[in-house]
Design a protein around this ligand. Sequence first.
Ligand code: PMP
Length: 389
Amino acid sequence: PFSGLSARKPDALLALIALHEADRRPGKIDVGVGVYRDETDRTPVMRAVKAAEVRLADEQPTKAYLGADGDVQYTALLSDVVFGSHRQEPRRFGLQTPGGTGALRLGAELIAHAAPDTRVWLGAPTWPNHAPIFEEARLKTATHPYFDMASGGIAFDAMIDALGDAAPGDVLLLHGCCHNPTGTQFTLAQWRELANLCNVRGLVPFVDLAYQGLGDGLEEDAAGVRQLLEAVPGALLAYSCDKNFGLYRERVGALWVQASAPGLTELVRGNLLALARSLWSMPPDHGAAIVRTILEDSALVMQWRDELDAMRARINAVRKALAAQHPALDAIAGQRGLFSLLPVDADAVASMRDSHGIYMPANARLNLAGLNARNLVAFAEALRPHIPA
Ligand code: PMP
């Protein structure tokens, strides 16, 4: 029955994990996989998370089913973190999803049901899973450039130019902060221009906020998104708690959809619940229950924020230290989040792997959290010969 299938390429990042595992060299450096690592190269469970898990193990009264919207108290408390003083918005409905990926896919399905011919505009380069998520939901994708490799910043004019080809009703996918893979972020002035563009051209923004708190702070990292949502009629926001709570494999996310009028919210809500029911019936509980348990308790919130602050401070310190190693790496200090796209090609990446046991995807996306006081200089030395003069 399956002979009609065509072969698919294995996921390049997962393949890289296996290669790194198999490498027996003691000085090998993994700057590929997109998880935070501390100064000792570990991805620990956050203390606030452990405390919440202990509490859940002791006190959780039941594991009976929840609804298709998952843990509604989780979504309500998380909306304070995401939207701040903008949390009361009658046009908005949110629900728990399996990770940011589940949120993106559910949003894609909603769009496909509302308007099957919609085109989704993705920045190039973006997270490699974005295009498959929308295309598997039967939507067309298009790309716009936004990254200026020479300056390591945003090529805003080129982006706006390319979006001149977008049609009314098209969806514009935007990273909320800490762009994966480029580490770029829009300024507030650029967010304002993007909101204007959406309004003038009838585009629907779909924000992917997967790294809130890992750039400049929880408030700072959400400021652009909040401003955008206030300025446009309809929008979607896919959220991941998997990085800022270190919950990766627990798959914790949420999707909020803002309808263009309060009267539409109920229609959107009913459709989201029906779609979620057919996709996963209800999201897995444990990770969201952890986040809820933390957000319900001010002491745990303080602890979580402290740990998140430390993660962010470490990433930004590594950024500074690496930038200081070579003038061509200057821009890295001003970028934010786990990632940066290095100014070297796939051959350089392969050569660094073969000669030095340094593991990065072929596009030279660097996970800064893979660097620490013991390996940073060695990494910079291995990189130096490949940087164009
Ligand atoms: N969006 C972006 C930009 C990401 O980098 C990631 C994770 N790599 C996700 C969404 C998905 O997050 P999750 O693991 O919660 O599905």
